[in-house]
Design a protein around this ligand. Sequence first.
Ligand code: UDP
Length: 313
Amino acid sequence: MKIVVSGAAGFIGSHMCDRLLDEGHSVTALDNFLTGSSANLAHLKSHPNFRFVEQDITKPFTVEGPVDCVLNMASPASPKDYLEHPIETLDVGSLGTRNMLELALAKNARFLVTSTSECYGDPLVHPQVETYWGNVNPVGPRSCYDESKRFAEAITMAYHRKHGVRTNIARIFNTYGPRMKLDDGRVVPAFLDQALRGESMTVFGSGSQTRSFCYVSDLVDGLFRLMLSEERYPVNLGNPREMTILEFAEHIRKMTGTASQIVFQPLPEDDPKQRKPDITKARTILGWEPRVALEDGLRETVAYFRGVHAQNA
Ligand code: UDP
């Protein structure tokens, strides 16, 4: 297939490009580097089936030649990034998604959008199942991300219903792995960076809030399967192994052998208290479930971060 990927220079986007090329597809990669990095795609520069176009997808654009599949993966995704770029975040989820849907419509291509567990907000249903409509603060600091993704889901369904576009919606839960930015503020790079430097590890709140962490290769496999499926409604993709943030910090301390102490800092506003995907739907429809244990995924991620530290030294 000829596949267009937006957000290709991002953490998950770049891993998705690798997988698509490995499967023999050709990729036209789009990114405007607002939060992505050209280093994530450097190894693909001379790949015969890979082409990169610097493009802000909120502006009108077209892609030459036939396209079979459009993957809309562009968005700031870490709380630090979307709090810094709230307007761009709203624009990319709305205008950007619409432009990518128009591309799919014009090319008669299938379309997949990467949405988020943030659609559930601070969830009152646990674990989160796709039929839960969520508990989102529409005017809180995270609303620029949550509502742009909820809009992205809504317009995706509208293009499917109105124009018959073959669409898929993935709700991605916390994902980690190599190519995360060291300073993107999310808990995995934050704790690993602090642990590797021997600095204090900053647990927000009491650390009793929970998350469930999925390794990026598992996530990409779920996205790949979903892209080929006929499921039009959202599908959760994430790892159901849930833990408190404090447990996670202890885990990283043990794993890295760091002498870092844990320090407590204020909990950011609207920080969800619990999060764990119900992945029954993905298991049933896609035959998918995560395979990489947290210990193994973290080992790979630590090796990557050590490499980045060595380069920066
Ligand atoms: N967190 C933390 N210390 C940090 C960064 C994050 O305790 O240095 C917490 C954060 O408050 C949240 C969880 O870790 O409860 C996950 O945060 P992240 O930013 O990775 O993503 P989120 O799941 O909130 O989108």
